[in-house]
Design a protein around this ligand. Structure first.
Ligand SMILES: [Zn+2]
Length: 121
């Protein structure tokens, strides 16, 4: 790795909420929703609340987060997470515009109209 990319920078900004520096592994197009989700969840939690993110990644065509500690299903932080998951289902993985699931190679990716034909993410 040469220059620090946005995923590592996001972890660095919220270091106390991440177990490892490589915890964020989402597609480029999901940058905005991922950064917003982490910032808002961190804001919604009190500093002493035990909640550490082990991984944020793509699973079954949508955003997924694995954590040590629970957000609680009725909290603001949990609703922020669910909102980000919903957003990711319709967000192009290449550019972040509105998109839908399409077959790319051996898997399914969310792609906007422009990136539907392109196979090079
Ligand atoms: Zn796109």
């Amino acid at each position: 790795m040469q220059k620090q990319d946005w995923r590592a920078a996001l972890v660095a900004r919220h270091r106390h909420r991440f177990a490892v520096e490589t915890a964020v592994r989402v597609p480029e197009g999901w940058r905005g929703l991922t950064e917003a989700m982490v910032r808002e969840i961190d804001n919604a939690l009190s500093p002493e609340e035990r909640f550490v993110i082990l991984s944020i990644h793509k699973a079954r065509g949508q955003l997924a987060m694995i954590s040590d500690g629970c957000l609680g299903t009725s909290t603001l932080a949990y609703r922020l997470y669910l909102a980000a998951v919903e957003l990711s289902k319709h967000r192009c993985e290449v550019c972040g515009k509105s998109g839908d699931p399409v077959l790319v190679g051996n898997g399914t990716e969310i792609r906007c109209y422009e990136h539907r034909e392109a196979n090079d993410g």
